[in-house]
Design a protein around this ligand. Sequence first.
Ligand code: PLP
Length: 372
Amino acid sequence: MKVRMADLGSQYRRIRQEVEPQLIAVLESGRYVLGEHVSALEQEIAELCAVRHAIGVNSGTDALKLALRALGVGQGDEVITTPFTFVSTVEVIVQVGAVPVFVDIDPETYNLDPNLVESAITPRTRAIMPVDLYGQSAEMRALREIANHYGLWLIEDAAQAIGAYHHNQPIGTYADIATLSFFPTKNIGGAGDGGMVLTHDEQVAYKIRSLRVHGMNGGYYYEDIGYTSRLDEVQAVILRAKLRHLHEWTERRRYHATLYRSLLADVPVQLPVALAHNYHVYHQFTIRHPQREVLREHLKSLGVESAVYYPHPLHLQPAYEFLGYREGDFPNAERAAKEVLSLPIHSELTEDQIALVAEGVAEFVKAEVATL
Ligand SMILES: *Cc1c(COP(=O)(O)O)cnc(C)c1O
């Protein structure tokens, strides 16, 4: 492969000099879990996202689950969310005993369509859980208004969107709780799993800090039934080093997006729609084409990797059949799942590589149009 979807080895080599002495120091210190680097990382992320509290946990999935638990969402409650997301968003709702209620996406941004949310609200609805898909904020301002009007919690799955802005405010600031993932391939990723919970609320922060250590407060005294969900020092050292590069790496992703847009300007293919009030961080650069699978094969023959996020909407997955949805319920999500294709966009790419990918797409799309 000449162009890959991610290049984590090269990314590591950029931070190696600052990170390796600190990793050795951590190993020699014997303090491995929830130490000074985790605290410092929490502080740094809270500042970056302009929230009062950031709490490190074991994964982005756990961050979501602890968020629901901290807000008391559970048995018999309904949570409105999108069927076009990574499975975590939905599985945690079921895991806490609540019921996911899907609402279709906007076909241009692939994010939850705020205009469809109100009709899904019932007396059992407790929360709205939007996702900032591909690195672009969901319509958080509109959703905040709906949540306020109906007295619902707003939980933002920002796993793909660290560093993104919405109406000039960092993602996370509109929600009661927002969550991040530090899975290795995310915009800032560790060398393993990690995640974070963001909130302005002191009591929620206290609850999350307790839930991540078995619901413990003080010495072996348990106020809640909790989890094992701590962030470790090795991850925190790596994440702190990468965080110092976040702005530069995000700008690089955005520059690559600009290059794709100019190289594909005359090609009849649907490019990502970045709304003017959003600062998109391009976790993915996702185009759509009705012949997605053939296009993908063509790119592969040129040595270009691509990926499909996500090939099946969650309401049609076997595991979620019990919710009772069927094909045709969410046409925008269903069509997107058949047509989306994410192209390499990461910060380690060269302009020549972007040009190679764009040429491959252009060549394919023009040949397709010619045969019509
Ligand atoms: C990656 C991701 C998660 C889960 O994060 P993990 O750290 O892998 O548990 C949740 N939601 C979305 C939208 C994601 O992309």
